[in-house]
Design a protein around this ligand. Structure first.
Ligand code: NDP
Length: 294
């Protein structure tokens, strides 16, 4: 039987509606409107498009958002000064620096400069440390979105063998850390695979829940997947397609057409994990604003 398709776009829309409802309550009860600030350095079209989408989501849920743009040759000091100003601005509850930054700006230094109270991307070392030791914190948006997708699809990771392929700081490591916590909605047995795996398929075939965060189009083929596994495809890859206006289309890290015949549930690309990232950013920013009135 073909897999259930996990509709990330629909689940993300539900989360944004919940955030919109709770934002209205926060305004009504405490006169606080969540505020999210974006810093965009340079004119990378993808970064610009991401910031625009996030801004539209802010508008939908009822946040105010503020985008500051700096040219690609701006100084690191200029970026740090802007972050400093937002750190102390009571109307700004979340700060997002759109990555990547130009090479002459030290990304770590910039992330470290964001107040952990406003670190809605969850990349600050304090947020990462708190996540690892199971304390309340801002969870990075894409991995937090993966956990929500599982739970809202009725898939409890507890006791399941989760195999994550990829160990980046923004997806692989945090999703592994989220799912291995001894906590409701987690409690999984987690394996993390990467390029040093001599026989990747022998690991992925053990997965009850397989999470692919690789960045290689259709790298996970049907023979690498156990019958009945849940497959979460984080990958967003452009492949040439002359039949489209742009000359390319997006595919995931999973060979969707073949794997869906073997999996019990699977996320598509697009409309799978992708929309969850922005929804979780909205949720994190709402939580940041709620914390100011607790
Ligand atoms: P990175 O390039 O930072 O990390 C890729 C990881 O995959 C690395 O750990 C790498 O191993 C591992 N890897 C690469 N090739 C193989 C292979 N052949 N076998 C085993 N492991 C391999 O990517 P990201 O984590 O940033 O992103 C992964 C994918 O997810 C990309 O397609 C990206 O576009 C997408 N993405 C989607 C998001 C969304 O909102 N849906 C958000 C973020 C990312 P090693 O460490 O050994 O090099």
């Amino acid at each position: 039987m073909p897999a259930t398709i996990i509709d990330g776009a629909a689940i993300a829309a539900t989360i944004k509606d919940e955030v919109r409802r709770d934002t209205a309550l926060l305004k009504e009860r405490h006169d606080v409107t969540p505020g999210l600030a974006f810093l965009l350095v340079g004119d990378n079209p993808a970064s610009r498009s991401y910031v625009r989408s996030k801004g539209r989501a802010c508008e939908y849920v009822g946040f105010h958002s503020h985008t500051v743009e700096r040219p690609a040759d701006c100084s690191e000091a200029d970026v740090l000064e802007q972050i400093d100003a937002w750190n102390t601005d009571p109307d700004i509850h979340g700060i997002l620096v759109q990555l990547p930054l130009p090479d002459h700006i030290d990304e770590n230094k910039v992330i470290n400069a964001i107040s952990p109270r406003k670190d809605v991307d969850g990349f600050h070392p304090i947020s990462v440390g708190r996540l690892v030791i199971g304390q309340e914190t801002f969870r990075p948006c894409t991995p937090a979105g993966i956990q929500e997708l599982l739970l809202r699809s009725g898939i409890d990771p507890s006791g399941k063998h989760v195999v994550v392929v990829g160990r980046s700081n923004i997806v692989g490591k945090p999703i592994a850390n989220i799912l291995l916590q001894k906590a409701p909605g987690a409690n999984a047995i987690v394996t993390v695979a990467h390029t040093a795996a001599a026989d990747l398929a022998s690991l992925t075939r053990q997965a009850d829940i397989l999470i692919a965060a690789i960045g290689r189009p259709r790298a996970i083929t049907a023979d690498m997947v156990k019958q009945g596994a849940v497959v979460i495809d984080v990958g967003i890859n452009q492949v040439p397609d002359a039949s489209t206006e742009k000359g390319y289309r997006l595919v995931g890290d999973v060979d969707f057409d073949a794997v869906k015949e073997k999996a019990s549930a699977i996320t598509p690309v697009p409309r799978g994990v992708g929309p969850m990232t922005i929804a979780m950013l909205m949720q994190n920013t709402l939580h940041a604003a709620q914390r100011t009135v607790r």
